[in-house]
Design a protein. Structure first.
Length: 84
C-alpha cells in the first residue's frame, strides 16, 4: 500500500513480497552500514533467512507501539528500496 509519494520517492508499507526481505538483508548484512546502527543482536546479518525474521520483529514491535516503519522507494529505480 502506497502511503506517501513525492516527485522522487514512494513511501509504502513493507510487504511479504520476496523483494522486501532481500532488500533488508542487502542493507543489514553490510558491516559498513550496521556499524552505525544502534546495538542490535544479530547484526550484521549473516543469513538471508534472518531478514523475514527481522521484518516480523519490526511488525510486532511497531504494532504494539502504534507506529509505522515504511519502506522508501526511489521513483526512478523502484526496485532499489531503502529501508527506513
Amino acid at each position: 500500500m502506497t502511503v506517501v509519494t513525492t516527485e522522487r520517492l514512494i513511501l509504502r508499507d513493507r510487504t511479504d513480497d520476496p523483494a522486501d526481505p532481500a532488500r533488508i538483508y542487502d542493507i543489514y548484512s553490510r558491516p559498513e552500514i550496521t556499524r552505525w546502527l544502534a546495538v542490535s543482536p544479530g547484526l550484521p546479518m549473516t543469513d538471508p533467512a534472518q531478514a523475514p525474521e527481522r521484518l516480523q520483529i519490526w511488525r510486532d514491535r511497531h504494532a504494539a507501539a502504534s507506529c509505522w516503519r515504511p519502506s522508501c522507494c526511489g521513483r526512478q529505480m523502484p526496485d532499489r528500496s531503502v529501508t527506513a
